[in-house]
Design a binder for this molecule. Structure first.
Ligand code: ZN
Length: 412
């Protein structure tokens, strides 16, 4: 595939459509973070990974949009593969049911993956998933979750409304940030949502990204990095309002926004108002926090490569623990490859036996790590640090140590 067909540069803001995008961080060109290779010499495309902020509405986003077909047609990320997330989805479904639903109401989830959230709703609730990746949609159907294989767009939304009626709740869990055409998505939500319905959205929170130096959560799939204020700007264009916001400690820091039609009434909670104020107090409407974040990102790269270099020179064996998408961003940005790490280990069966995008590290099962433990393991899914330390007690008791890269380089 030629590069021009793979991605495009974007010059106008995806929220306010002004040509006011100002660059502040360049992570370099790299292949998509989930594009694992079957063989180390398979061809791949390096795509720019640059972050910009809109000077008009302060929405943080990527400078380029990658063709979704390239990113999502054979998605390796199965939500259910991650145990800590399962509890999260149970809680999510319960919250939505208790607050907004009556028996026989319809819940539609945009980007329903393998159906892990929709499975958590009780049998009295009607559920329907929409997801573009055929392989994960198939798993959802096997679990009894009715799923349409498609991107969520206005025509799919109208079709669902015609066939099933309006949705009382539309959920979008860690997916709105993946959408280039935010106005198309919102047009679809507007078409499908009941008059008194709620659009419940989880997105990684820009405040947590900046505060915890999570530069590795920036990758081609994640086009937008929302604050409460920038999300508000988006939904206001569709006569909707942010009624409430929860902060959720998952995936390194997420907000759950509850959005309703302005015509349905209601006023924003204290939390929704306070977070907007916090964002202003942090200066997120200016450039300073973004420039500071870029400087910290470079500093983490320098510390990490120096540390790994020193450990290697001392003759220690180092492997990468986990092969999450964010890990591939970190490895590519820091240029950490086969000369430093022996291999990556990951519990996801579809990743085992493949090679990591860009750095071409072989991905092995956790057994490889347990049978022949190295001295050090670079913890790439640092957001699950607590669970990993608990699981790998034997490794640590035998003298093994983890290098944790984020929020700052640390050995535990
Ligand atoms: Zn804007």
């Amino acid at each position: 595939m030629d590069d021009a067909a793979t991605y495009q540069r974007v010059d106008s803001c995806r929220v306010c459509h002004e040509d006011a995008l100002s660059p502040f961080l360049d992570l370099g060109a790299m292949p998509p973070a989930n594009a694992f290779l079957d063989a180390p010499d398979d061809q791949e495309t390096a795509i720019p990974l640059e972050v910009v902020v809109c000077e008009n509405c302060s929405h943080v986003q990527l400078q380029h949009t990658v063709d979704p077909e390239v990113l999502f047609s054979d998605y390796h990320y199965f939500s259910s593969a991650s145990t800590p997330l399962l509890d999260h989805y149970g809680d999510y479904a319960e919250t939505v049911t208790d607050r907004y639903l009556d028996p026989e109401d319809l819940v539609v989830e945009i980007g329903s993956n393998d159906g892990v959230l929709l499975r958590q709703f009780g049998p009295e609730i009607e559920t329907l998933g929409v997801d573009p990746a055929e392989n994960v949609a198939e798993v959802a159907r096997e679990h009894g979750v009715e799923t349409i294989t498609s991107l969520f767009d206005p025509s799919v939304a109208r079709q669902i409304r015609e066939e099933r009626g309006a949705a009382q709740a539309i959920c979008a869990n860690n997916v709105v940030g993946h959408v280039h055409d935010l106005h198309g998505l919102m047009t679809g939500v507007d078409a499908l949502l009941a008059d008194d319905g709620v659009f419940v959205v989880e997105v990684p929170y820009l405040v947590d990204l900046l505060s915890n130096h999570q530069f590795d959560t920036i990758y081609h799939e994640h086009i937008s990095y929302f604050s409460v204020r920038s999300f508000r700007r988006l939904v206001e264009r569709f006569d909707m309002q942010v009624l409430d916001v929860d902060r959720v400690a998952v995936q390194g820091g997420t907000i759950r926004l509850h959005v309703g039609r302005t015509s349905a009434g209601g006023s924003p909670t204290r939390m929704a108002t306070d977070l907007g104020r916090l964002e202003l107090a942090m200066g997120l409407d200016g450039m300073a926090p973004y420039e500071e974040f870029a400087a910290r990102t470079e500093s983490i790269r320098d510390h990490l490569t120096t540390l790994l270099g020193t450990l290697g020179e001392d003759g220690s064996r180092i492997v990468g623990y986990g092969a999450p998408a964010k890990g591939n961003v970190l490895l590519n940005y820091c240029d950490v490859g086969t000369e430093t790490l022996e291999y990556l280990t990951d519990t996801t069966p579809t990743k085992q036996g493949t090679y990591s995008p860009g750095m071409h590290l072989p991905v092995r099962s956790p057994e490889a790590f347990r049978e022949d433990p190295p001295e050090y393991a670079l913890m790439l899914p640092w957001n699950f640090q607590e669970a990993i330390l608990e699981r790998e007690t034997a490794f640590r008791e035998d003298g093994g140590e983890f290098v944790v890269p984020i929020p700052y380089v640390n050995v535990v």
